[in-house]
Every structure is written in C-alpha cells, then in structure tokens.
Write a protein that binds this ligand. Structure first.
Ligand code: M6R
Length: 608
C-alpha cells in the first residue's frame, strides 16, 4: 500500500506535497518522491527510505513548480531504492501509483518490443510508457490516460501530471481509494481525506472505476465507460479523519470496500511479485519440513480463516492440520508434541481464549506463529513469530477486511510450507503466486455487484432462517456467511458442508427457506451442483453465488444468482467473501439494525 498526492497550487507546491505525504507515511516509507513542472518541464526529486530523506534532498535541490504529485512507497515490485521510487516519468508524463498492475509483465514485454527502455523494476513504469505511447500517437493527455487505463488489469489508484501542462492533474481509481479536495483556486488529490486535511475540508470521493480531470477551477469526473458523471462534494471533520467513514454510511461498508487495497498491501508483504515467489518478511524459528502436525486455534471469523487454511496446508504442503475453536482448544488437554507448530489467528490479538490456547501450546514446547492485525497486541508479543495482516484498523464489529487479509497471509504461508516441504515445484509456486496476485483485482470486480446484492438483501431480510452451503474451502465460507448474517441482522442462519445436507438439514427445506449456495468452479463444483438440484427438487428458495451461467448449468430456472468473475479455484474463498459480506451488510441495513455495533457483541473479547 502506498500513498499518493497531487496539488494544483497558486504558488510553489513542494512543501505542501511533503506535508500531505507526512500524513500518508503510515501507508509505506520505503521511498518517497515528488514531481513538479519547472519552467514547464517535468522535474523529479526522489529518495530511498523515509520522507525525511526526500526533505533533505529538497533542501539541497528545491523545486519551485506550482503543480506537483508526490508518493510514499510500500514496495511491491522491485526493491526499495531511488530508481524504483515514484513518480515514474518519461519526457511527456509523470505518474504516482498505489496498488498492483497485474498484467505489467505482458505490458512491459509489449512496450520493450516497441523500443521502450525501462528505468525501474516497478509495475508502475508501464503506465507512464503506455500514456506516452498514446500521446505520441497524437492523443491529448486526457484521452491518452483514458486509453491507457483500458490496458490495465488490477486494483490501483493513479495520479498524473504532464510536460508543459501547468493546469492539468489527472487521477484514476480502480479498487484502491482516491479523494479529491477543493480549495480557493487550488485543487488537490490524495489517497485519503487525511492527506488533504491541511488544505481543505471539502472533499469528493472517486467511485470505483472513475477517473478525474482537474484544473485549478474544478474537476470533471468520468466513470469506467468514460461517461461524464457527478460525484458529490462533502464536508469532512478534520478531527475525525483517522476514523473517518469516507463516503460510506457505516465502517463495515468502508472496510468491505477497502479490501482490494488492504489485501494487495498484505500480499505485497509476503510475495515477491516480480519473481513470482513467496518471500516471507521474517525468518522462521522452525523448519516447515520438520513439522509433523500443525495445530490452529482461533475464535469466530478468525477460526473460519483457520479452517479455510487447513484445506490449503493439507493440499499444498501435505501438512496435517488439527484445528479447534480456542475456547475448546484450551481445555481439551490434547497432546501437543514439543517441536511442532501451533498457529493462532486473531484480528485484535487480545482474545482471551486464543491467548490461553497460545500459552497452553507454548507450555507443551510448541513454537507459536500468530497471524494478527495489531502488532503491539499481547498475542503478538507472546509469539515466536508474528505474521501481520496489514488490514489497518477494523472498526466495524463484524470482521470483514481482517478476515480476507488473514486468508491472504495464510495462503502465502501455505505456499511457503509447500515449497519448504518439497510438495510444490517452482512452477507450481509461480502459478499459485500469480493466482494470488489476481485476487485484489477480482475482489474489486466482485464488489461491483453491490447494487444487485442490495436488491437480493431486501428479500432476504424477510426470512426467519437462512441456510448457507459450500464444499471444500467454500464450506468455511458458508459458516462465515451464516455468522456474518446472524451477528448483524439477527436472522437465524446456519452453514453446512453441502454434502452433509442429506444427513439432516434437508428436512428444513421448504419454500420459505432461502438457501445460499457458494459454488466457485473448483474441484467440487459438479458435486455442489448436484446438491443444488436436491434443494431445488424440494422447493427451496435458491441463491447461487458462482461463475456465469451457474443456474443454467444446474438446470435451475427460478434461482437467483450473483455472478462472480472467472478465476482459478485455489483461493476463491478470498474473492467469494465479498458477496457474502455485502449480503449480510445490506440485509442488516434494510432491517435498520446497528450494523457497526450489533447488540451483545464487542470488537475485542478479552473474557472467556
Ligand atoms: O480479534 P479476534 O480476531 O481474535 O476476534 C475473534 C472473534 O471474536 C471475531 O472474529 C468475531 O467472531 C467477529 N465479530 C466476527 O465478525
């Protein structure tokens, strides 16, 4: 995750850009950089490491331009260094970027074939060259950006300035957040409202797929189909910026929509995307090869992330996994062999039962690996090694982005275990890493069904009971769907392994019972489809979440469906979480429930 800023000012903007970057340094500090127009010419200053290095550079070589873009970097493609620092530029355009350009490799090859010389290892640089190519073909900057955007896959936000264009700043958003700010004859662009707080409290947020053309007198917004659209201005409260809901009604909605970005950020921490390999940011105090059994303990949604990971560790690394909810794990007195590994998973890092499981396993002589979101938490402090989820603060009581970030970390760890144990080859590792790199973009695509899901939720809100079904990694997701729905809408919901249906729950099926089937095109797809037919034959109200044509393939004509993007199956649980969360969110919202603070619950459960 990186931070980006853009300013169209009335005087020299370099110090304003730096002020703004200070507020974004929490997003990354591997390097920082700024580009302005000096006498109409694109000029950059960049420095490796923290922002203070860039400030020192600017003190020696000041910039006077009245327009500028700035960047603080969390390295994804290419090591932290000055030559990989943003802005990336050609003689026509400079660009800052947050997120991942998934297809950068093929674009880079195409551009190199056309004679382009690359100056960095980043995915970002392809964007500068694509825009330049379109400008050399005669397009104006605005049209060149529009054309270049159509070539890009992934989840990202971008900011551009152009050689000789003193009054033009362009921004684009797909998956990653971007806000613009209105000043007195000045305009601003930033990764969040916090970045713009020193200059203005009048903000408009780009919606997913939007791009914006800014001059000192205003901004024109376009949607993903290049149609001009209106995005409302709103006043923000400077003091509330750190816990701001953005343009969402609830923290839960904001956190659901942050997922493409925070998953991307988390994955970037664990993968070397340029090399297509897993690259853990810590040394392991154990050898995966020597581990005979992995025990996992967690509560609630974190437990369901662990249950999903069981499938990955067993299949990819052939490592047997024992998993239990922490409140049982801690009291079962199960024998744990010294030298084996226990993994605990917790957003807060303070959950009492999970902490007690950690201590029990430690007393048995096990190594402890924790997957936590709060680095200073007790669980983190008591672990041998901490795998952080970089989800940022999760305020909504219902866990959303923490869950998908936990899954992302666990997926990377399962691949690492597979490599260490020799159960996956280098080619398989590359293929799996490439599957993971597509996940942020696929989540962004899945979130586009929000409007349809809101409609479906109106119907669902009338139900008394709801059944969720799934097989393989969609089984834990069925449990998570039911948990999400019951905790915020208070509708009774149950999740079942689809194959278990006929062993009892099928007795519940009648016309008034909604049955939600999670069916990605995976190893179990055909079998799940058979279970769908069993429900249909008994008159159940079906909602299918799966690839295009799923209802048709199942031969069912009166089912509703949420069509998911095509994807490789291994990590579908991360992408399919999006509709599950939105369904619960909108159902609770339609019912007028307190979505962010549901009754009887707490964000951090420090009692047993
Ligand atoms: O902070 P933790 O991840 O340890 O919390 C565990 C559970 O309390 C938590 O996941 C809970 O189930 C959420 N309300 C689910 O949305």
């Amino acid at each position: 995750m990186c931070g980006i800023v853009g300013i169209l000012g009335n005087g020299p903007v370099a110090s304003q850009v730096v002020d703004s970057l200070k507020r974004l340094e929490y997003r990354g500090y591997d390097s920082a950089g700024i580009a302005t127009l000096e006498g109409g010419h694109l000029t950059r200053r960049r420095a490796e490491g923290k922002l203070r290095n860039l400030q020192a550079r600017l003190a020696e070589e000041p910039l006077q331009g009245h327009i500028g873009i700035g960047h603080t970097r969390w390295a994804t493609h290419g090591r932290p260094s000055e030559y990989n620092a943003h802005p990336h530029a050609t003689d026509r355009v400079a660009v800052v970027h947050n997120g991942i350009i998934e297809n950068f490799r093929s674009l880079r090859e195409e551009l190199m074939g056309q004679g382009v010389n690359f100056q960095s290892d980043t995915d970002t640089e392809v964007v500068a060259h694509l825009v330049t190519r379109e400008m050399r073909r005669g397009l104006a900057p605005r049209d060149a950006v529009a054309a270049a955007l159509k070539c890009l896959h992934g989840a990202f936000a971008l900011g551009f300035i152009f050689e000789g264009e003193e009054n033009l700043l362009i921004g684009a958003r797909r998956g990653a957040p971007l806000a613009i700010g209105y000043g007195e004859g000045e305009m601003y662009l930033g990764s969040d409202a916090l970045a713009l707080a020193p200059f203005t409290d009048t903000i408009a947020y780009l919606e997913d797929g939007d791009w914006v053309v800014m001059t000192r007198t205003g901004a024109t917004f376009y949607d993903e189909n290049d149609r001009e659209v209106v995005r409302q201005r709103q006043k923000t409260q400077a003091g509330a910026f750190l816990v701001d809901k953005g343009n969402h009604r609830h923290f839960m909605a904001k956190e659901i929509h942050e997922q493409p970005e925070v998953i991307g950020r988390t994955l970037a921490h664990y993968l070397d995307m340029s090399a297509g390999k897993v690259s853990l940011p810590f040394d392991l105090p154990f050898d995966f090869k020597a581990i005979r059994k992995l025990s996992i303990s967690a509560c609630g949604t974190a437990f369901l992330a662990g249950l999903t990971a069981k499938y990955w560790f067993e299949r990819l690394a052939r490592l047997p996994v024992e998993i239990d909810v922490a409140s049982e794990f801690r009291y079962r007195e199960m024998p744990l062999d010294a030298g084996d590994l226990t993994m605990v998973i917790s957003q807060s890092g303070e959950t009492a039962d999970t902490l007690a499981s950690l201590r029990y396993a430690k007393d048995c002589g096990q190594k402890i690996l924790s997957v936590v979101n709060v680095p200073t938490s007790t669980i983190a402090r008591e672990s041998d090694v901490v795998a952080l989820t970089l989800a940022g603060p999760e305020i909504g009581v219902a866990s959303t982005k923490a869950f998908t970030c936990q899954l992302s970390v666990l997926a990377a760890l399962a691949i690492a275990a597979g490599v260490a144990r020799g159960t996956i080859s280098a080619e398989q590792e590359q293929a799996l890493v490439s599957e993971l790199m597509h996940v942020p973009g696929l989540v962004a695509e899945a979130l586009k069904h929000e409007h349809d899901i809101e409609g479906i939720a109106k119907e669902l809100s009338k139900a008394k009971d709801v059944l969720y079904l799934g097989r393989g990694t969609s089984y834990p997701l069925a449990l998570e769907g039911a948990l999400k729905l019951k905790e915020i809408s208070y509708i009774h919901a149950e999740g079942y392994a689809a194959g278990e249906l006929k062993h009892g729950p099928i007795a519940l099926i009648e016309e008034t019972l909604p049955v939600i089937v999670i069916a990605p095109r995976d190893h179990w797809f055909e079998k799940t489809v058979s279970n769908v037919q069993e429900v249909a034959a008994r008159g159940g109200q079906l909602l299918m979440i799966g690839p295009a044509g799923i209802a048709h393939e199942a031969g069912i004509h009166n089912a509703q469906s949420i069509v998911m993007p095509d994807m490789a199956p291994t990590f579908s649980a991360i992408v399919y979480s999006a509709p599950i969360q939105l369904l619960a969110y909108y159902t609770a919202m339609v019912m007028g429930k307190d979505v962010d603070q549901p009754r009887n619950l707490a964000k951090s459960v420090t009692v047993e």
